[in-house]
Every structure is written in structure tokens, then in C-alpha cells.
Design a protein around this ligand. Structure first.
Ligand code: RIB
Length: 337
């Protein structure tokens, strides 16, 4: 059956095409009689306005972009679930852009999204190098950051208190009697990496320990880097390690075991994120839980607000609370699964 067009509706209703466009997009004036005639024709002809037709009339595309750095890391699909549920509840389609932790890939997506005309962007940046590109984009469409800040570029952000989370992780190890506590930090240049190192150092200093650079390393938030950094720290005779995310913490546990050691008996390990795997592995991973799903939902709420107000309001930094989840990988009392 031939698909009805906007012209067919106009003909059947005896009005101009522009009147039909105003009625179906609820934008601009149309008399009550014209509105009734158009809606009757739409129903009789089973007319479905195309996305392009809607977009032309309202300037909206009904689409938001979600730009993430690494969809192979379970943290990000959990964030995406919150974004998707909140966006679709508000009638928006989400298009996913995975930058694969590659700054040039992220720059390509920034250029593409400027042309593709999305209504808004939820962004977890993989590199501070593209802050100018994203800042330019906010001149035309709202961008809300999740998880990581981009100082001097975009202020609308939803993220967890990473300093407090890392402080809790390190203090847990201190309270279990550890004094040579290694750090496997994230990639340099990210606010999550800087904040988690700050929380680690804060807890050490509060316990009268000066942070020791020889016990501090940086990974790339992936399993293999956690494994490699753990082998290096084992040579420094650490008795515990705080890894700045769960994938690196899981790599660290495997490195201890492959070297013939046991977690937590030989080396205690604490991670950050509380991805699903953390409770599935043996020993269960002690970690810092992020309200990841809620982060995605709140980012969309902020984005919808910015879209509604044409980004005129004051940008906000929404900071969420982290929680310590104790399992077997750190040793000590109250160990869960
Ligand atoms: O695991 C990926 C990490 O990147 C998470 O800790 C998240 O906070 C992001 O910074």
C-alpha cells in the first residue's frame, strides 16, 4: 500500500502543506477547523510524518548522541542503560558513538555530530585534547558530561565524588593494617585519574604516611594494564593495592595468582566501579560502587532541561556519592561474597 504523504493529507483536508506541517508538529498557528480537518485526514490516510519532516518543522531531530570511550568496559554499558531508559521515556532515540579511547576518533564524532543535527549530547570524554571541539558544539546544542570533567570547556557535569571514593578504598586497606599500599591509577589527563590519586594520597597522609612514588603506577583502565602494573608493584613488596577501576583490579588479582600468590593472603586488592564482574569473580572484589545507572538517568534529565531552556540556565555539577563494597579481595572482617 502506497505510503501517504504530507501533500495527500493537505489535499484531503483542503489546507496548505504548511498548515499540515504546523498541526502535526504542534508548532505555530492553525485554526480549530483546519486542525480538526488535518487530524481527520491524518487518521483516514494512516499518515506517518517522516523524521525529516518533523525535524524541518521543529528544528528537533528527536535524537541524542551518547559518546563513550570504551564500550568493552562493563562500566559504560551500565551508564548507557541509564541514558537509554531516560531518553526513550522522554521520546528520544539514542545513537551510540564509541571513541575507543582514541582522541582522533572522538574528534571525528564531534565533527559528525555537528553535521548530523542531534538535539543534545551526553559525553564521557576520552581525552582533554578535544575540549575545544566540544565547547564549540555547546554554542549550538547542549552537551552534558558524565563521569569526567572537562575544565574550561563544559561545566554541565554528572559524576561521582572520585576523591571520596578513592579515600574510602585506601582507608579500608589502612584499617586492615596495610602500610605498603600500591596505586594502579588510570590514564593520565583524566579527571577521574587525578581525583582518585588525590583520594589515595589524602588517606595515606591522614594515617601519617607520605605517598611513595615508587608504589604508584598508571594503567589505561583495561585488564592487561592492571596485570602488568601489579607485577611491577609486587617487586616493590606491596602488601595491598588500590586499582582505580575494576578491570585493572581484576587484572591485578590474576597477576598475583599467576605468580603463585593468593589474594588477599599475599596481596589485598581493592577496585573502583563495582561492575557486575566484581561480585562474580573469586575472590569477590572489594570495590567502590558508583551509582552508574543513576548517573546516566541524571545526565539525560540535565540534558532535557538544557534543551527545554535553550541552555540558558546556570550549568550545574551534580556530584554523586560513592559507597565501599567489602568482599573477599581485601581480607578482614565483614567480607561478603
Ligand atoms: O572503568 C572505567 C573508568 O572510567 C570508570 O572508573 C569510570 O569512572 C571512568 O572514569
Amino acid at each position: 500500500m502506497k505510503r501517504s504523504t504530507i501533500k495527500d493529507v493537505a489535499l484531503a483536508a483542503g489546507v496548505a502543506v504548511s498548515t499540515v506541517s504546523r498541526v502535526i508538529n504542534d508548532s505555530g498557528y492553525a485554526s480549530r477547523e483546519s486542525r480538526q480537518r488535518v487530524l481527520k485526514a491524518v487518521e483516514e490516510l494512516h499518515f506517518q510524518p517522516s523524521r525529516a519532516a518533523r525535524s524541518l518543522a521543529t528544528g528537533r531531530t528527536g535524537t541524542v548522541a551518547l559518546v563513550l570511550p570504551d564500550i568493552t568496559n562493563p562500566f559504560f554499558p551500565a551508564l548507557a542503560r541509564g541514558v537509554e531508559d531516560a531518553a526513550s521515556a522522554a521520546g528520544y532515540t539514542v545513537i551510540l558513538c564509541n571513541t575507543d579511547n582514541d582522541a582522533s576518533q572522538e574528534a571525528m564524532y564531534a565533527a559528525l555530530l555537528r553535521q548530523q543535527r542531534v538535539d543534545g549530547v551526553v559525553l564521557t570524554a576520552c581525552s582533554p585534547n578535544n575540549r575545544g571541539l566540544w565547547s564549540q558544539m555547546t554554542e549550538r546544542i547542549p552537551v552534558v558530561l558524565t563521569d569526567r570533567r572537562l575544565e574550561g570547556a563544559i561545566d554541565e557535569t554528572v559524576f561521582v565524588d572520585n576523591v571520596a571514593g578513592a579515600y574510602l578504598a585506601t582507608r579500608q586497606l589502612l584499617e586492615l593494617g596495610h602500610r605498603r599500599i600500591g596505586l594502579i591509577g588510570g590514564p593520565l589527563g583524566l579527571s577521574t585519574t587525578e581525583d582518585r590519586q588525590r583520594g589515595y594520597e589524602q588517606a595515606l597522609r591522614e594515617a601519617g604516611l607520605e605517598p611513595d612514588e615508587t608504589l604508584m603506577r598508571n594503567g589505561d583502565f583495561r585488564y592487561a594494564s592492571g596485570y602488568a602494573r601489579m607485577r611491577e608493584l609486587a617487586e616493590q613488596h606491596v602488601t595491598a593495592v588500590f586499582a582505580a577501576n575494576d578491570m585493572m583490579a581484576i587484572g591485578a588479582i590474576r597477576a598475583v595468582e599467576d605468580a603463585g600468590g593468593r589474594v588477599p593472603d599475599h596481596i589485598a586488592v581493592v577496585g573502583f566501579d563495582d561492575i557486575l564482574l566484581a561480585s562474580m569473580i573469586k575472590p569477590g572484589l572489594t570495590t567502590i560502587a558508583q551509582p552508574t545507572y543513576q548517573m546516566g538517568v541524571m545526565a539525560v534529565d540535565r540534558l532535557l532541561e538544557r534543551m527545554r531552556t535553550d541552555a540558558t540556565g546556570e550549568p550545574r555539577q551534580v556530584v554523586l556519592e560513592p559507597t565501599l563494597v567489602v568482599r573477599d579481595s581485601c581480607g578482614g572482617k565483614g567480607r561478603g561474597s
